[in-house]
Design a protein around this ligand. Structure first.
Ligand code: GAP
Length: 432
């Protein structure tokens, strides 16, 4: 990674820990490679993101329903899906320093670290095995799911039988996926446990091209609406395809500080999954059009994104260093807290009482944080780093005039607003 990109990544990792976005997994034991925990601000922001995604999928689109499938399925699922055979990472080892690299990440035959010679790539399956049961000898080998979407295919008939959906329709899901990544790294970008958001769109074979183009465009629009600098997003067309895909584009963040740019894959999965599950389960997974009586295996367009990658790309995109402050210029919709409330001084009971009543009044409607530590400058500094769009200060004038100072994060402009008009003011500003 070039030095300034490494610097940026180091600064983001440090801010994430300092402000409570992300902690290294098992921190007190020295961490555990490829696992991270979301802290108080991180979980708020991640939930905001997932809620926006869910609402956009299931409320703003017609004919899309959601499920929440199990993480562990019958192990035959992963044979049928092709993952037992094909979910592999080719890995090369440096003969001199013994570091290992994903063959896909390196160019040429020399170690990127010490220029030593690399071994021929060996293949490693990255499904994560688990054992189910308690009695030795009777335990069943299964897997933590390697991709979240399989339970959607398994339930496709159940969904058709229990809803009024007809083709074309979509099923969406957010949830954890697990991969024994041989080289986890780059913070949240390549983890062993991460979260995906998937849409599986079931359609008639003749309409695949149309829907593939539709979802490619639609998903890009959604991402553009959330990034601070949407011009940093682009498409990457895959030449080397996953075992299930006939055509694939990634939505990428062009200014990534490392080699990983992909946020979401738009995959033409065709009838691969349903045909394979039909073959391995012996169940009829075809669809009959009630009007034309045509019987066929639906084809699938998949949009599969990484929640954690989106999270980190958003932080990178929003991270801004100014003369006297660091500010996360996050879209207010995803900022962990929308508003911070401060009493000007922490040792004046009348100010505290007034500020508490403003805080409690807003708290039922907005995600609000209280801060009475240090001086006002330090509080602004902390909230700018956390990406909080508005800071409200209650001062001595507030006691007389029933108003407060509202300071906007990006412009740092301040204005006096009457307490009784605050909710309306914030609602309007936050929905701009
Ligand atoms: N169901 C298709 C599927 O899983 P994928 O391209 O392997 O496709 C989808 O994964 C998304 O999951 C990627 O675009 C990426 O954002 C995220 N992702 C994949 N591996 C990841 C990892 N090891 N750590 C974090 N996110 C990952």
């Amino acid at each position: 990674m070039p030095e300034n990109s490494q610097n940026l990544m180091d600064k983001i990792v440090s801010l994430c820990k300092r402000r409570g976005f992300i902690y290294p997994g098992s921190d007190i034991y020295g961490g555990f490679g490829g696992f991270y925990d979301f802290g108080p601000l991180g979980v708020e922001m991640k939930n905001n993101l997932k809620n926006l995604w869910w609402k956009w999928m299931t409320i703003e689109h017609e004919n899309i329903v959601g499920i929440d499938g199990a993480i562990i399925t019958n192990p035959k699922v992963w044979e049928a899906s092709g993952h037992v055979e094909s979910f592999v990472d080719p890995l090369s080892e440096c003969k001199k320093c013994h570091k290992r690299f994903k063959a896909d990440d390196i160019e040429g035959k020399k170690c990127p670290e010490c220029q030593g010679e690399l071994t021929e790539p060996k293949k490693f399956n990255i499904l994560m095995p688990v054992q189910i049961g308690v009695i030795e000898g009777e335990k069943v080998n299964a897997y933590l799911r390697g991709e979240a979407c399989q339970t959607i295919y398994l339930n496709y008939k159940n969904i058709l039988n229990t809803t009024r959906l007809k083709i074309p329709f979509g099923v969406c899901q957010t949830g954890k996926a697990f991969r024994n990544e041989v080289t986890p790294g780059n913070f949240l970008f390549r983890q062993r446990e991460f979260e995906q958001w998937d849409l599986q769109w079931f359609c008639h074979p003749k309409e695949m091209e149309k829907w593939f183009d539709f979802w490619k465009k639609e998903r890009m629009e959604w991402y553009r609406g959330l990034f601070t600098n949407p011009k940093n997003l682009g498409f990457y067309k895959h030449e080397k395809l996953a075992h299930y895909a006939k055509k694939a584009f990634d939505i990428v963040y062009e200014k990534s500080p490392c080699e990983i740019k992909e946020i979401e894959g738009i995959h033409w999965r065709g009838d691969w999954d349903l045909s394979r599950h039909q073959q391995y389960s012996g169940q009829d997974l075809s669809y009959t059009d009630m009007e034309t009586k045509e019987k066929f295996i639906p084809q699938i367009v998949e949009t599969s994104g990484g929640v954690d990658r989106m999270f980190l790309f958003l932080l990178i995109d929003a991270y801004t260093e100014e003369k006297e402050r660091i500010v996360l210029k996050l879209n207010p919709k995803i900022a962990p807290y929308k508003v911070a409330v401060f009493p000007l001084l922490a040792n004046k009971p009348k100010l505290i009482e007034k500020a508490r009543s403003v805080y409690l009044g807003l708290k039922k409607q907005f995600s609000v944080v209280w801060d009475d530590r240090g001086n006002i400058g330090k509080r602004y500094y902390a909230q700018d780093e956390a990406g909080t769009p508005f800071c409200i200060t209650i001062d001595f004038d507030s006691l007389e005039k029933d108003d407060v100072t509202v300071r906007e994060r990006d412009s740092m402009k301040q204005e006096r607003i009457k307490i009784k008009e605050l909710k309306e003011y914030l609602e309007e500003k936050l929905n701009e």
